[in-house]
Design a binder for this molecule. Structure first.
Ligand SMILES: Nc1nc2c(ncn2[C@@H]2O[C@H](COP(=O)(O)OP(=O)(O)OP(=O)(O)O)[C@@H](O)[C@H]2O)c(=O)[nH]1
Length: 331
């Protein structure tokens, strides 16, 4: 294949991806084909500079995703610090007959993402030029993808992305269960009497409330949790790797933090929450129905509270609706 066909092939590959991780994987594959590096990886750090994700590709081996126990060497840390201090886009380091290049993929207050390539040869000028072009196409497409996955008003993920994320949960790629005690949870959050806020203060003011609530959600949960605006004044959180009591504690903290939002002339804002435990063998529509039933219970019983589906079933206040994948035909 000629060089230009080859590049077209990489671009075609990038732009066919509709998922951030697959897009990142496709960038690593392109880098591997162009430079044959010893190792190439994408490292994501959160706002506190803690590593939250690493996708790595070694020559000839399969791709490795890591969300925990990611080790970042002192020399890598030092290089990233140098890039940030001097506001660089890239940095090349030579050590022990190897060359490591660091490229900034994304920088924001919430997260920084870098492409790290380790080679046993210094790349030629034309190779560096091609990689630069690839990164700029990757950057543009990745922003477009992020925009299409984001709710415009709140900046949280949108409902379409929720559907995709829940599918990943079933495939086991989004988050794995850590131990018997810890689980993943689905919570539906709905503002109380939101219509009154719109009616008394106006729709724009109502929008302002939604923005504040989503900010509080971001502050209360970690980068590992997935936050969605589901529509209107309804939000969904996919929480990973928590015991039931940790989950309850976090959601209660959210409820209390939302009450602390100060908006001129408004009564305290409150939210009602319904939660269910994620179970791989239960159909996702059923899980959403469970969380919704728990939310309904919160609404019917004074609002401004958190209800776990399992507890209302055990108390005989709701019927267990579990339908497993085995009970229905999925197509
Ligand atoms: N400002 C604003 N309002 C919205 C948006 N989407 C939906 N709404 C409004 O949200 C309100 C939802 O009202 P209801 O479903 O009656 O619920 P509620 O008043 O919160 O009452 P409860 O849920 O029973 O506590 C309606 O007035 C919708 O017009 C939005 O994007 N912005």
């Amino acid at each position: 294949m000629s060089i230009s066909n080859n590049i077209l092939h990489h671009i075609e590959n990038f732009t066919s991806q509709r998922d951030k991780e697959l897009l990142a994987f496709s960038l690593l594959k392109s880098i591997r084909e162009i430079l044959s590096p010893i190792r190439t990886s994408i490292l994501t750090l959160n706002g506190q500079d803690e590593p939250t994700m690493e996708i790595a590709l070694t020559n000839g081996e399969s791709c490795e995703y890591r969300y925990q126990d990611i080790s970042v060497s002192d020399s890598t840390r030092a290089s990233l610090d140098y890039i940030n201090t001097w506001h660089l886009d890239e940095l090349m380091k030579a050590h022990d007959d190897q060359y490591t290049s660091f490229h900034v993929l994304q920088q924001s207050r919430q997260q920084n993402q870098y492409l790290i390539i380790t080679l046993d040869n210094k790349p030629s000028r034309s190779e560096s030029y091609i990689v630069k072009g690839m990164l700029s196409i990757y950057g543009n497409f990745s922003s477009l993808l992020a925009e299409s996955q984001t709710d415009e008003l709140t900046g949280l993920m949108n409902r379409k992305t929720f559907e995709e994320s829940i599918v990943k949960l079933y495939q086991g790629t989004a988050f794995e269960e850590e131990s018997d005690l810890k689980s993943n949870w689905i919570a539906i959050i709905d503002l109380d009497h939101f219509k009154n806020i719109n009616d008394s203060a106006g729709h724009l003011y109502g929008d302002e409330v939604l923005i504040h609530v989503s900010r509080v959600m971001r502050q209360t949960f970690t980068q590992d949790d997935m936050l969605f605006r589901f529509g209107g004044e309804e939000f969904v959180i996919l929480m990973r790797n928590r015991t039931r009591s940790q989950c309850a504690e976090n959601l209660d903290k959210l409820r209390l933090n939302v009450q602390e939002i100060v908006m001129n002339n408004l009564d305290p804002i409150t939210i009602s929450i319904g939660v269910c435990e994620f179970q791989k063998d239960v159909f996702h529509v059923t899980l959403m129905d469970q969380a919704d039933q728990a939310l309904y219970y919160s609404k019917q019983n004074g609002r401004n509270r958190v209800t776990f589906y399992k507890e209302i079933v055990e108390a005989g206040l709701a019927k267990d609706n579990s339908v497993t994948h085995g009970d229905i035909d999925l197509f």
